[in-house]
Design a protein around this ligand. Structure first.
Ligand code: PMP
Length: 284
C-alpha cells in the first residue's frame, strides 16, 4: 500500500517523495516535528500542536514554510487521501538544505514533510487495557527538551533498553527525579491526587498533558505539579503516561515493582475515558 505524502508543497506517492542529502534535518537533526492523532477521521488537539510547532520553530530561529490555516488543510487532505479513520499525522520541518556548516545558513528554504500512519483501533489498544511496564534509565538528553526536535536517538535507545528488559517503555531520571517517558509525560497517583512534573526546559510540554490536566481539574481531581522519584513512584497507587498517540496509558510496573496489583488503576482509566470522550467531541 503506497501512501500519499506531502513534501514541500506537493502531494506525491511515498516512493516519489525526496529530500536532499544536504538537508540539515539529516545532517544535524536541525528540525522539529509534531504528531497529531486522528480518531474517526478527525484531528485531535490540532490547535495545541500547531501552537507548539510555532514555539519550537521560534526557539530555533527557524522560518515556517506554512501558515496555520494551510497546515490544517494539508493535515485534512492527507487524512482524506489516505483514508485514515484512526491513526497519526506526522509533521516535520527542518531548516532546509545547505552546504554542510555548523552555522545556520542564511536564507535556506525550510523543508516540510507530512505523512500519515494508519492505526486501526488506536483508541482501544491491548496495551491500554493491560497497562504497560516501564524501567528507569538516566536522562542524558540535551537541556532543551521543551523544544520538540527530531533528536530522538536517546529515546529510541531507551525504548530498546526497555524491550530488552522485557518492559514496554522507559522513564528517564535526572538528579534523582523522573523527567518524563521516552515519548510521553509521566504521572503517579496517590489517593485521588495526580502528580506530574512541573513544566520547564527538562521536559516536553505535552499537548495531551495540558488537556488531561484541565480535564482532571474539571472532574474535581487534584493535580500537583512537582517532580518525584522512582522510589515514590513504586509506592504510588497508580501511574500512567500521556501522549498524542497513546492518550492516557496506564503503567502497571516500574523497575519490576507492580502497582495496583499489576492492573490499570481507576484514576488512569477514568482519565482515559474522559480524555477520549472530550477529544472526540472537540476533534476537527
Ligand atoms: N515527552 C516526550 C519526550 C515526547 O516525545 C512526547 C510525545 N512526542 C510527549 C512528552 C507527549 O507530548 P504530546 O502529548 O504532545 O504528544
Amino acid at each position: 500500500m503506497s501512501r500519499i505524502v506531502y513534501v514541500n508543497g506537493e502531494f506525491v506517492p511515498e516512493d516519489e517523495a525526496k529530500v536532499s542529502v544536504f538537508d540539515r534535518g539529516f545532517l544535524f537533526a536541525d528540525g522539529v516535528y509534531e504528531v497529531t492523532s486522528v480518531l474517526g477521521g478527525k484531528l485531535i488537539d490540532f490547535p495545541g500542536h500547531a501552537a507548539r510547532l510555532r514555539r519550537s520553530l521560534a526557539e530555533l530561529e527557524m522560518d515556517s514554510p506554512i501558515e496555520d490555516d494551510d497546515l490544517l488543510a494539508v493535515h485534512r487532505e492527507l487524512v482524506a487521501r489516505n483514508g485514515i479513520e484512526d491513526g497519526l499525522v506526522y509533521l516535520q520541518i527542518t531548516r532546509g538544505a545547505a552546504d554542510r556548516d555548523f552555522a545556520f545558513p542564511e536564507g535556506a528554504t525550510p523543508t516540510i514533510v507530512l505523512f500519515t500512519q494508519a492505526k486501526p483501533g488506536l483508541a482501544d489498544s491491548a496495551a491500554s487495557r493491560a497497562g504497560i511496564k516501564v524501567i528507569s534509565i538516566p536522562d542524558i538528553r540535551w537541556g532543551r527538551r521543551d523544544i520538540k526536535t527530531v533528536q530522538l536517538l536517546y529515546p529510541s535507545m531507551g525504548k530498546m533498553a526497555a524491550k530488552k528488559a522485557g518492559a514496554d517503555d522507559a522513564w528517564m531520571v535526572e538528579d534523582g527525579k523522573v523527567t518524563e517517558g521516552t515519548s510521553n509525560n509521566a504521572y503517579i497517583v496517590k489517593g485521588r491526587k495526580i502528580i506530574t512534573r512541573h513544566l520547564g526546559t527538562e521536559i516536553l510540554h505535552g499537548i495531551t498533558r495540558a488537556a488531561v490536566r484541565r480535564l482532571a481539574r474539571e472532574a474535581q481531581m487534584e493535580v500537583e505539579e512537582r517532580s518525584f522519584t522512582i522510589d515514590e513512584a513504586k509506592e504510588a497507587d497508580e501511574a500512567f503516561v500521556t501522549s498524542a498517540s497513546s492518550f492516557v496509558m496506564p503503567v502497571v510496573e516500574i523497575d519490576g515493582a507492580e502497582l495496583g496489583g499489576g492492573t490499570p488503576g481507576p484514576v488512569a482509566q477514568r482519565l482515559r475515558e474522559i480524555y477520549l470522550e472530550e477529544s472526540r467531541k472537540a476533534a476537527i
